[in-house]
Design a protein around this ligand. Structure first.
Ligand code: MD3
Ligand code: FE
Length: 210
């Protein structure tokens, strides 16, 4: 059942059926291959993200976007497929209504692979220029997703369990809220999927010129 976690933040559990989850996983595994494949993201402070990432359309590195894998093998970033943009608009339409989906031209996908004790600290996604909703799709092991507020990475926040197949859309006032993944619930992936660990796909509108 759908749940509105905050204004503009809508959770639709089990939005992708088992067959669509398998299709999306298969695509993610192809995108993860080099060149411009899965990489470890290093932060300017000398740390590294524990989730590994691959990007489509635009390559994210802390804290900007580029067309090549500036912090990896230097290859051009893989193209953002048309079908993924259609999936994004369908997601926004189902979560927020068709009017919100109309001119959402999705052109960035960030795919995070969580293995072992990978997590993601509280942060805001503020490197895009457009204000269109962010679409999040989860595959594999469930996680604790922490949805915070727009002022501080600390409380108040709401913890929500995200499971394989879940859709979460973050628009309006929620677009700039702090959020993170304090833990992955290892071994909770659906038996038929063939994934150990967790994978999250976010779709974004860059607002950058081509
Ligand atoms: C709320 N990913 O890629 S998905 C990220 O599960 C990111 O890998 C997490 O945070 C993950 O930046 C969380 C939920 C999510 C994604 C983007 C958001 C929540 C968001 C952007 C704005 C507000
Ligand atoms: Fe984020």
């Amino acid at each position: 059942e759908r749940a509105r976690v905050a204004p503009g933040a809508v959770h639709l559990p089990d939005w992708l059926d088992a067959a669509r989850q398998r299709e999306l996983l298969r695509a993610c595994r192809e995108w993860a291959r080099p060149p411009a494949g899965l990489r470890t993201v290093r932060t300017p402070g000398g740390g590294a993200m524990t989730a590994r990432q691959v990007c489509l359309g635009w390559h994210w590195y802390p804290y900007a976007y580029a067309r090549t894998v500036a912090d990896g093998d230097g290859a051009p970033v893989k193209p953002f497929p048309v079908w993924l943009g259609e999936l994004g608009r369908r997601a926004v339409s189902d979560a927020l209504g068709p009017a919100q989906a109309e001119d959402a031209a999705y052109d960035i996908a960030l795919i995070n692979f969580y293995e072992g004790d990978a997590r993601m600290g509280m942060h805001r996604d503020a490197d895009e220029r457009a204000t269109a909703p962010v679409v999040s799709l989860s595959l594999g092991d469930a996680c604790v997703f922490r949805f915070g507020n727009t002022r501080t990475r600390a409380r108040p926040y709401t913890d929500v369990e995200l499971r394989s197949g879940d859709l979460f859309v973050f628009g309006g006032a929620s677009r700039l809220a702090y959020h993170g993944v304090p833990r992955v619930l290892l071994g909770t992936a659906p038996a038929g999927l063939g994934l150990t660990g967790r994978l999250n796909v976010t779709l974004r509108v860059s607002g950058f010129p081509d």
